[in-house]
Ligand binder design. Structure first.
Ligand SMILES: [Cu+2]
Length: 329
């Protein structure tokens, strides 16, 4: 009898542990990557869709008109759609492995300054595949801390070109599908939960460090640093809302210009790619606790810039909207 009780308790333990991520607010806003770990043996599939919209030019913190970018042409607007397939698996309690495979498609509207004629350029395809190991550093009842060590492989093409008024030419850095370099992706994530207050909060510092001086096109993108912090509150049994603030510092690219035609515009100049921004994220996480969708997570987040400082002149961001589905097994 005692043995049976012991077995029953042991059998319940993993469930107790798994109950960890059963509330909608237990995952960070969907725009935060590598925010959580899994329990040993658990895996998770996810799909994200993101839409990014950029329009209008900015130099420093000021809006500038099209001629500022100007030589022969200027970018007017860029629209980006990204689908990202993700998988996570925890081989041990203290290590969670994650993989992300993006598919991107982008369209940029440009104008010929001399005659006002417009033309569009497009790119689409697989982006850079990322593999990350998340390492549990601290796990208390309320506070948790984990580190991430990731690598981004140059699977996305950097050889995309399209028709322009002066002929078929390479597209700008932002229209290419990958970085062309192996990139190191370190991160540190802190999360906390308070069940009585129905709240969670967290913060994450992450970076993108280019591990090669040059890619096949003789340039490398700038390193990037991101710091984000969020708070979430469960306002209904199956739904939580979140507020997030994010800081991004993207350094300039180094090396060759993508298009050496001196008549082309600022999007082809490596030195003008730097940007710093403060963004605000408004999110919602849904996790049905009964019915056919029980255990499935759905989330959305709208990210709008509060401050943008672009070396530019380059396109400023209007918004980014992300939707996600996640399911742990
Ligand atoms: Cu996961």
């Amino acid at each position: 009898m005692k043995k049976q009780i012991l077995f029953a308790v042991l059998a319940m333990m993993p469930q107790v542990a798994m109950a960890d991520a059963n509330m909608p607010e237990d995952h960070a806003p969907i725009g935060v990557m590598g925010d959580h770990m899994h329990n040993k043996g658990e895996y998770m599939l996810s799909l994200r869709y993101a839409k990014g919209m950029m329009s209008g030019l900015r130099q420093g913190t000021d809006a500038v008109d099209l001629t500022a970018a100007g030589k022969m042409t200027a970018p007017k607007k860029m629209e980006m759609d990204m689908y990202m397939l993700g998988a996570m698996y925890a081989p041990t309690q203290n290590i969670t492995l994650a993989m992300m495979l993006p598919y991107k498609s982008a369209k940029m509207d440009n104008v010929v300054l001399m005659n006002g004629r417009q033309f569009s350029t497009e790119s689409s395809g697989i982006g850079d595949v990322k593999f990350t190991s998340l390492l549990r550093l601290y796990e208390g009842k309320k506070h948790k801390l984990h580190g991430g060590l990731g690598i981004s492989l140059p699977t996305g093409s950097i050889k995309i070109s399209d028709d322009m008024p002066a002929g078929n030419m390479p597209l700008g850095y932002g229209m290419q599908l990958g970085s062309g370099t192996h990139d190191f992706l370190p991160s540190l994530t802190y999360t906390a939960v308070d069940r009585n207050m129905k709240m969670t909060w967290g913060a994450q510092a992450s970076g993108i460090i280019r591990m090669e001086d040059q890619n096949d096109r003789d340039y490398r993108l700038g390193n990037q640093f991101n710091l984000t912090t969020w708070v979430a509150y469960r306002f209904a049994p199956m739904a939580s809302g979140s507020l997030r603030v994010s800081y991004t510092n993207q350094a300039s690219a180094k090396g060759a210009a993508l298009n050496t035609n001196p008549m082309m515009n600022a999007v082809f100049d490596p030195e003008l790619q730097a940007r710093r921004s403060w963004d605000l994220g408004l999110g919602v996480n849904l996790m049905p606790n009964k019915g056919a969708l029980h255990g499935h997570r759905f989330a959305a987040e709208l990210i709008v810039p509060m401050y943008q400082n672009l070396k530019g002149p380059s396109l400023e961001r209007d918004y980014k909207l992300m939707f996600g589905w996640q399911k742990a097994f």
